[in-house]
Design a protein. Sequence first.
Length: 165
Amino acid sequence: MRDMSHLVLSESEEETREHLIQLPIFSSFSLSELSILAKHMSYVHLQRGEYLFMEGDKGSFMGFVVSGVLEVQKNTSGGNRVPLARLTKGSSIGEMAIIDQSVRSATVVAKQATTLVTLTEKGFDLLADKQPTLGIKVIKKIARLLSLNMRRTSSKLADFLHPFH
């Protein structure tokens, strides 16, 4: 008989798994994979106006929006904060923190009550150590997110630099 103890979840882990099930990025993951992921992730609820993190903070986690709206804001050289993007269900934020441990490049605030599933750098490292195949699957998803974000940013930059072409 197989040892299934690694699939027994606490109430909090079950809630995390329920949030993961709702996210398109995890649609290719089996229920047992989501159960394992839930043991290495958690969730957070933000109220409207609450900050997820501030530009310049040390990055130690990434998040996936389950519900609500987040606004990404960037400080200008003049000291103002301008909105860059709005993130809704299925969006991810903070992927670079898992990859390069750099400081936050923007501020993120909840524009309405928001729920996120979070993956810390420590949680990812534990997952990768205990379940390397699943860790690779997750890192491939994160790499894909970073690649899509880079392509989007490149297109916006090209449009900005050459607006009439």
